[in-house]
Design a protein around this ligand. Structure first.
Ligand SMILES: [Fe+2]
Length: 415
């Protein structure tokens, strides 16, 4: 163990124990106001917000530094907007894969709901801000989804279009950077872009929720977690053991995030887990599946083995437990299906929205060749979702801001 490492661990444990009494009281509150630098000189690279637990009371912050000393010197400071007291929280440090960089992660817990917090990394970085989610969906809630981004010019345009919607968060359903589990340079460009572009109209960091796609791994399908090093480095707070997880926003919104065969099998454990997750949330008002490879693709053949396997194992569960929509990706076009039940168009079925064209584009098949499609277009796009009481609006916008599609849904009544 290096001297720096020993100092870091010692520093963290002292702060955890309230041992730095000149800074932290026994209740965890700072005893004196920290003296922040007037002219920030430290710039935490790729500062990003995400969640490992309930977004109504927590937030996970991550950033990169050039060396371990960057972390040793700087914990995360935060205070609720309108309150004077700053609190300090230690972070975890580890090497960022395939680089000389260090990754730092701090999780804020016990936060007020629907509240703004000011944050600083150490005493010498500039002030940033974040927002927790509301405890209840009494007011309209908006979020953005999409997939298949990369870091090219179209992806940057879609980033900026997403940001000006001021969504509460962004979901990227796989194929984030296209680093194929190998290129740190490509992955760093993606997270640098995200960190720079995804601020809302008041400058808050817009949290990123992601699921895994084939381009997160070395070799695409049926790989180990070690073969998706960048994805798990960023998101293993949520995906601590498996490639799939559920993120519950209080009891009003659940995102069931799937692994479409990249580091987990479709059938077996993941399908059993999916049934348990959906059954527990059968009566919840908003339940969305998020999956990379689509069940109803608009470009690739719907008869391909993986799509067919997902329709066999997962679609019946979505139908049985009244899932509101599947947000799927991978095919690089806009598509909206009809409601589908047992493989057929049926008003009692499930809606599938996709197909992943945040920064990548292909020409899709149309409804005349694929009757399950209600609409498809060759268009870069992201979807803006508005939850307004019992009503939901799903608005697809092209990278140029053109409305590609809008659909209104409500929870299906069970018969
Ligand atoms: Fe993909």
């Amino acid at each position: 163990m290096t001297l720096d490492r020993r100092l870091f661990l010692q520093s963290s444990s002292l702060i955890l124990a309230g041992g730095i009494t000149q800074l932290i009281g026994p209740d965890g509150y700072a005893l004196g106001a920290p003296k922040f630098a007037e002219n920030p000189i430290f710039h935490p690279r790729a500062l990003m917000a995400t969640w490992s637990q309930d977004p109504t009371t927590t937030m996970t912050l991550q950033w990169l530094g050039e060396n371990e000393q960057d972390g040793l010197m700087r914990n995360l400071w935060y205070r609720q907007s309108g309150h004077k007291t700053w609190r300090e929280v230690p972070h975890k440090a580890r090497r960022f894969p395939h680089t000389d960089l260090w990754q730092f992660r701090a999780e804020l817990t016990g936060l007020a709901s629907d509240a703004t917090y000011r944050i600083r990394v150490g005493l010498d970085s500039k002030q940033e801000s974040i927002r927790t989610m509301p405890a209840e969906a009494t007011d309209e809630i908006t979020f953005v989804s999409g997939g298949d981004s990369g870091s090219g010019s179209a992806a940057r345009r879609t980033n900026k279009l997403a940001a000006i919607q001021s969504p509460r968060f962004v979901i990227l359903g796989g194929d984030l950077a296209y680093e194929n589990g190998a290129s740190a340079k490509v992955f760093l460009k993606f997270i640098d872009n995200y960190s720079a572009d995804l601020r809302d109209e008041r400058g808050h960091l817009i949290p990123l929720v992601a699921c895994i796609g084939n381009h997160e791994t070395v070799g695409f399908y049926y790989k180990t977690r070690n073969e998706a090093p960048f994805f798990y480095a960023m998101f293993d707070g949520l995906y601590s053991d498996t490639g799939y997880a559920t993120l519950d926003f209080g009891d009003y919104l659940s995102l069931v995030l799937m692994d479409t065969g990249h580091t987990s099998q479709i059938s077996g454990d993941q399908t059993d887990w999916l049934e348990r997750q959906l059954k527990q949330r059968e009566d919840h008002p908003n339940v969305f599946l998020v999956n990379h490879v689509p069940m109803y693709p608009c470009v690739r053949s719907a008869d391909d083995k993986l799509h067919a396997s997902m329709r066999k194992h997962w679609s019946p569960l979505l139908e049985r437990y009244n899932v509101d929509a599947a947000l799927e990706h991978h095919d690089h076009a806009f598509k909206r299906t009809h409601r589908m039940l047992d493989g057929l168009v049926n008003d009692r079925g499930v809606l599938y929205l996709g197909d992943g064209s945040w920064g990548k584009i292909r020409s899709p098949e149309g409804p005349e060749k694929r009757p399950f499609l209600a609409k498809s277009t060759e268009s870069y796009h992201m979807s803006l979702h508005r939850l307004a009481g019992k009503d939901r609006f799903h608005l697809a916008l092209s990278d140029r801001g053109k409305v590609v599609d809008v659909v209104h849904t409500q929870k299906l009544a069970r018969t």
